[in-house]
Design a protein around this ligand. Structure first.
Ligand SMILES: Cc1cc2nc3c(=O)[nH]c(=O)nc-3n(C[C@H](O)[C@H](O)[C@H](O)COP(=O)(O)OP(=O)(O)OC[C@H]3O[C@@H](n4cnc5c(N)ncnc54)[C@H](O)[C@@H]3O)c2cc1C
Length: 429
């Protein structure tokens, strides 16, 4: 169904309806054909929406997203230090919905009734033939605070890490702009987490900021993982007066009120902080009962999808794509949780659904990922990471990763982002 005045008015009417008694109102009138509902207008969901319309024009596609506009986490580290404009990262959803003829509704999905194939929002329900969950990640603050809501809210308000699109990025930028000196601690999450090189890139951006503004302060990076991609050397060579890097520093507990962090080695007091908690699949995956379990029956924290076809192992009508996914191969574990990867997974899910809708067996396709990371502002230096996949003889997915240091970047990251935005947001430069 195209994003036109009729669908917009139908959606608006449903959104404006009074509180429901009994069965909730429907978010949209029943369509004539089969419907794919996509929850999450990020890198995975937008790509799935666009490609579904190309591959299966007879299917109705509805994208549900809670935020009013798209926010790109890629390039946001450079934005934090004013190397990229806000307008480049923020895009409206209506342009893409119009260009690719799907329906976009801004709403938060609160529950999924898989037996009835129905999603539930505060504004009404929506039935689906196929559902794609592309809701990204959530922070696992419980690992630090149990169910102490006060500590969680205090952390979100005062020590945002901006790993999820929403209000956090602006709050973090303001914090950096106002930082006058002292110990700024940044905790990194344990692997796996969203965009593994990005906290190191962020450390370099902040190190560069402290250096150029001659701020008498240090960024203390507490990393529960071993040193990554040679960044410990980059920190030591370029930011020896700005960054203190502590690898293998597992956070045992955090007291956000008294500003202390306990690791396996030490208790650290901070003046200010960027607190990255461990990460997990987004809330809705938990609500849908689609979180994977390990061999001991404990939740892994990530969505339980078929590694090749991307449907939930428990429910072939639900596809699970992007950063929320669990391991895909015993050979390397998780796909890198990158925007490029989520985009490719969105394409694959679209192909799977289009084939199933036609009653044919879907091809087995594999994604790839490209990531540009900056290690220095002045002089500008970048690293390009390419991850490729193929099936091994025994059918397992194998990974090869290439890294190349670029001492003279010429805006390749911006070109990459432009081409991605052109593909799934109908962005015109
Ligand atoms: C600082 C930083 C730098 C990065 N740099 C790069 C990079 O250079 N290159 C790269 O490829 N990747 C990069 N990434 C990673 C990239 O941002 C993610 O991998 C990508 O966003 C994952 O896409 P996704 O669709 O899985 O999730 P998201 O893009 O997070 O989209 C999920 C969407 O679902 C919505 N949602 C969640 N719950 C609901 C609900 N209940 N109802 C309705 N909507 C809901 C959210 O609002 C969100 O819009 C970076 C990430 C960060 C944080």
């Amino acid at each position: 169904m195209p994003f036109n005045r009729r669908t917009f008015l139908a959606a608006s009417a449903a959104l404006c309806a009074a509180p429901f008694v009994g069965r909730a109102a429907e978010l949209l009138p029943a369509g004539k054909g089969r419907r794919v509902v996509i929850v999450g207008g990020g890198w995975g969901g937008l790509s799935a929406a666009r490609h579904l319309r190309d591959l299966a024009p007879d299917l109705e596609v509805v994208l549900l997203e809670k935020n009013p506009a798209f926010w790109s986490c890629p390039l946001s580290n450079k934005w934090l230090v004013n190397l990229v404009d806000t307008q480049f990262l923020v895009h409206d959803y209506a342009t893409a919905a119009r260009a690719y003829s799907y329906t976009f509704i801004q709403t938060e999905v609160s529950a999924i009734d898989r037996d009835k194939r129905r999603v539930v929002t505060a504004q009404g329900t929506l039935d689906y033939d196929w559902l794609i969950l592309a809701v990204g990640i959530r922070y696992d603050y419980e690992a630090w605070y149990g169910n102490d809501r006060r500590a969680i809210d205090h952390t979100l308000r005062n020590y945002p890490c901006a790993y999820i699109p929403g209000k956090e990025p602006a709050a973090l930028k303001e914090k950096l702009e106002n930082f006058k000196g002292g110990d700024l601690v940044m905790t990194l999450p344990p692997m796996p987490y969203r965009c593994p090189p990005s906290p190191y890139e962020r450390a370099c951006m902040i190190g560069g900021l402290l250096k150029s503004r001659k701020i008498k302060g240090k960024l203390i990076v507490l990393d529960p993982n071993p040193s990554f991609l040679g960044f410990s050397r980059i920190f030591a060579e370029q930011y020896q007066d700005q960054i203190v890097y502590v690898p293998n520093a597992r956070v045992k507990s955090v007291d956000p009120f008294n500003k202390t962090i306990s690791t396996d080695f030490d208790d650290i007091r901070f003046d200010d902080a960027i607190l990255m908690a461990p990460q997990q699949a987004g809330d809705l995956v938990w609500k849908a009962g689609l979180v994977a379990k390990d061999s001991e029956g404990k939740h892994t924290g990530w969505a339980d999808q078929d590694p090749v076809h991307l449907h939930a192992r428990e429910d072939e009508r639900v596809f699970l794509i992007g950063d929320l996914m669990d391991k895909v191969s015993p050979l390397f574990g998780h796909y890198p949780k990158s925007g490029h990867m989520a985009n490719r997974l969105g394409r694959i899910a679209a192909r799977e659904i289009a084939a199933r809708a036609r009653g044919v067996v879907p091809e087995k396709l594999l994604p790839e990922s490209v990531c540009y990371v900056f290690s220095s502002i002045d002089p500008l230096e970048a690293i390009r990471i390419d991850s490729r996949y193929k099936f091994r003889g025994d059918g397992l997915i194998a990974q090869s990763v290439k890294q190349a240091r670029d001492p003279n970047p010429m805006g390749e990251d911006v070109q990459w982002a432009k081409s991605m935005f052109a593909e799934f947001l109908a962005f015109k430069s």
